[in-house]
Design a protein around this ligand. Structure first.
Ligand code: ATP
Ligand code: MG
Length: 393
């Protein structure tokens, strides 16, 4: 009996023992999560790949592939056929059905590559390839053999079960989640920070988000947007935790107590310090921001210096530092966060935005002013205590 499957290949990551087992179970969990709304599926472990099979329903590749494609750690997806019966006759028939379905009339060149994990199989890999190739050639006049530069390679793999496929859709790759430790990402509703978060997650960093929410100055829509971005990011990473920190009091206090043209710098410092506290609490080893050098007034090197000085020890990863806006936008489109980020919402108030913001703040001046803000620490503590954690995915 043959059955349509989706084969998900993972990278040959140098991992042993427990880590490897964790990586695989995390991949399985994320696949299951992403396919939750598409029906019931088995995810079967084979060497170097996971095989997705429907539990009785249809395999609708057009729906399934976009759901599995984003998952970090996977390097390619192959729509294919599985058969439990591995006799050469069955392999030939299954291959024929597969090729007839994909290339019914189109003139194409091909070659067959066979692989046996089961070395007791009566034929060698080469013999399997020759048998299958000959069988197809006799029955499909639109096919020709080209062993050097074929249009397609038909792969016949004999493992616990046998698999036949001819298409490998490359995916993002990346390292498995958590293999590089944990970081806290400052996630706003903008275009940049989701991309920055995605880039670090791709490097295997387990990311949690933190969003500073200032109602009524930032609306519920703005918060919803960040939650939806977190949901989208969870398609790549599995579960995504978002800490929402109420920041209205901090913001109003700063508005009252610091020079207006420097307000953004103080506000960002307050955000960074709070994010660092969350990192300590969650045992995370770095912060992530969506800063891109020169993009806005607070992202000049002087601005970044003054902001960064608020958090001494912890590394702050800024993967977009050297990217142009257009590059970031292209990436946001590719990963499916752009449309969420540009969703319009009513920003109720602009009292926090200076007309002429300071572009070259002096860190020493900022620190001197901040040392006189006697109530700031207590307000930050309070904000941290009142933070809520939302789990997405
Ligand atoms: P983004 O597109 O990510 O909003 P931006 O270009 O608008 O970035 P800024 O508003 O200066 O730049 O913010 C710089 C970085 O500070 C953001 O990328 C994000 O990491 C962080 N940040 C800004 N506002 C918030 C917020 N309300 N909550 C969490 N992080 C924030
Ligand atoms: Mg922003």
């Amino acid at each position: 009996m043959e059955e349509k499957v989706l084969i998900a290949k993972y990278g040959e990551v140098a991992m042993r023992g427990n880590n490897f087992a964790m990586f695989i179970s995390q991949l399985v969990a994320t696949i299951r999560k992403n396919l939750r709304e598409e029906g019931e599926f088995y995810v079967v472990k084979e060497q170097g790949r996971l095989v997705i099979e429907s539990r009785g329903g249809e395999m609708d590749y057009d729906r399934l592939i976009p759901k599995v494609e984003p998952i970090f750690g996977l390097v390619g997806l192959c729509p294919g056929v599985k058969t439990i019966d591995q006799s050469i006759e069955t392999l030939c028939q299954v291959s024929l059905h597969h090729m007839q379905e994909l290339f019914p009339t189109e003139k194409i060149s091909f070659k067959v590559v066979a692989k046996r994990a089961n070395k007791k199989y009566p034929l060698t890999s080469q013999e399997v390839a020759t048998e299958v190739g000959g069988y197809l050639l006799e029955r499909m006049p639109n096919l020709s053999v080209d062993v050097h530069h074929p249009d397609i390679i038909l792969r016949v793999e004999l493992r616990n079960d046998a698999y036949v496929y001819s298409k490998v859709i490359p995916t993002f790759g990346g390292l498995p989640m958590g293999s590089s430790g944990k970081a806290i990402s400052l996630l706003s509703g903008g275009i940049d920070s989701p991309v920055a978060t995605w880039m670090m997650a791709k490097r295997g960093v387990a990311v949690e988000g933190v969003y500073f929410h200032s109602p009524p100055y930032t609306s519920e829509w703005a918060k919803q947007k960040v939650e939806d971005l977190a949901e989208r990011l969870s398609c790549f990473t599995g579960e995504f935790r978002l800490h929402v920190v109420p920041f209205t009091e901090v913001q109003l206090y700063l508005l009252d107590h610091v020079p207006h043209d420097k307000l953004t710098i103080f506000l960002k410092r307050a955000m960074m310090r709070t994010a660092q506290k969350i990192a300590e609490r969650e045992k995370a080893l770095a912060l992530i921001t969506g800063d891109s050098v020169g993009q806005v007034s607070s992202q000049t090197l002087q601005g970044l210096h003054a902001i960064n000085a608020a958090v001494g020890g912890i590394p702050v990863l800024r993967p977009l530092a050297g990217m142009d806006k257009q590059e970031i936008v292209d990436m946001a489109r590719k990963i499916g966060t752009f449309d969420i980020s540009i969703r319009p919402y009513e920003d109720c108030c602009t009292i926090f935005v200076a007309k002429h913001p300071e572009t070259r703040p002096k860190t020493s001046v900022i620190e001197r002013i901040e040392s006189r803000l006697t109530e700031l620490d207590a307000l930050l503590e309070k904000a941290l205590e009142e933070a809520e954690c939302i789990v997405k995915g």
